[in-house]
Design a protein around this ligand. Structure first.
Ligand code: CAA
Length: 291
């Protein structure tokens, strides 16, 4: 089995993006590879990906990200999976990009390999919903990774922050954009420019970054419950709803409403719309077939 580390853009000068894409396609057709930095399991129609690099507080090195992307790609293509949960440990969701790995990186290689570009590509392409279950530190790239997900649930001791300025750099995986959308300009500026104003779980919920807070030991269980609820709905309408909500970030209101209405109309071509509405009229639970 080819180790995913063979694709590390910081250690290889080969054109890694094409190789990585080919590998992801190749992997999605076979059994899960032996991951070294994540754990994966499927419970019913919910896939759970657990970041498992405890000694480095789940710092996001290239290999860890390739494994996350590989698993996400696999689950996005698996018709038995309806939603994905991404989580870390009780101490850290992820403490950011791996500072030790990238400290000697140079601009030219960053540019040529589109460093960090590969992080966001797979998550942004995911058609199925992903929920982040965040306990402990979600700093820098860890906060950005959580914000790439569709819903964030937090444990009571979660800490969200963008401390990159303390390292002489800035957020590079969406922090300046997604955090600003989530918490507004003033708070985002305060967090990103000082590098020391963090949000605890309750503050993150008050700002709308997080939608629910749980005791740490209950977080994963509750997140999986929500993921299972989503995965029990018709998969086509779930994906269309996700697509439509995401367009709210890209389009003006008139175009967004047009996009939404077209998808709404299209749901009437699915078996699940017929089943869902028939079940309501017949006062029974719908039995969705995800078609
Ligand atoms: N990269 C590499 N290693 C990291 C790391 C990171 N982001 N965060 C923690 N670690 C490592 C530490 O070096 C330490 O390793 P050793 O035991 O080998 O020394 C181990 O994880 C445990 O960390 P600490 O001893 O520091 O634990 P702590 O409880 O005292 O502090 C912490 C926890 C506050 C999270 C602290 O580790 C910290 O500040 N980490 C860095 C956070 C950060 O700056 N993140 C942003 C990274 S840049 C980025 O993410 C760019 C981007 O936008 C993509």
């Amino acid at each position: 089995m080819l180790r995913l580390s063979a694709l590390n853009p910081l250690t290889r000068s080969a054109p890694t993006a094409q190789v990585a894409t080919a590998l992801l396609r190749f992997n999605s057709t076979m059994n899960a590879p032996a991951y070294t930095m994540i754990k994966t399991e499927v419970q019913g129609r919910v896939a759970v990906i657990t970041l498992d690099r405890p000694k480095a507080l789940n710092a996001l090195c290239s290999e860890l990200f390739y494994e996350i992307n590989d698993a996400l790609s696999r689950y996005d293509n698996d018709t038995n999976v309806g939603a994905v949960v991404l989580t870390g440990s009780e101490r850290a969701f992820a403490a950011g990009a791996d500072i030790k790995e990238m400290k000697n990186a140079e601009f030219v290689n960053n540019y040529k390999t589109n460093f960090l570009g590969h992080w966001v590509e797979q998550i942004s392409k995911m058609r199925k919903p992903i929920i982040a279950a965040v306990n402990g530190y979600a700093l820098g790239g860890g906060c950005e990774l959580a914000m790439m997900c569709d819903i964030i649930y937090a444990g009571e001791k979660a800490v969200f922050g963008q401390p990159e300025i303390n390292l002489g750099t800035i957020p590079g995986a969406g922090g300046t954009q997604r955090l600003t959308h989530a918490v507004g300009k003033s708070k985002a500026m305060e967090m990103i420019l000082t590098g020391s104003v963090n949000l605890d779980a309750q503050e993150a919920m008050a700002y709308g970054l997080v939608s629910k807070v749980f005791p740490p030991e209950k977080l994963l269980e509750e997140t999986i419950k929500t993921a299972a609820k989503i995965a029990s709905k018709g998969a086509v309408s779930v994906q269309m709803a996700k697509e439509a909500v995401n367009q709210a970030y890209e389009l003006g209101l008139t175009s967004g409403l047009h996009f939404e209405r077209r998808l709404f109309q299209a749901t009437f071509a699915t078996k699940d719309q017929k089943e869902g509405m028939a079940a309501f009229a017949e006062k029974r639970k719908p039995d969705f077939v995800h078609e």
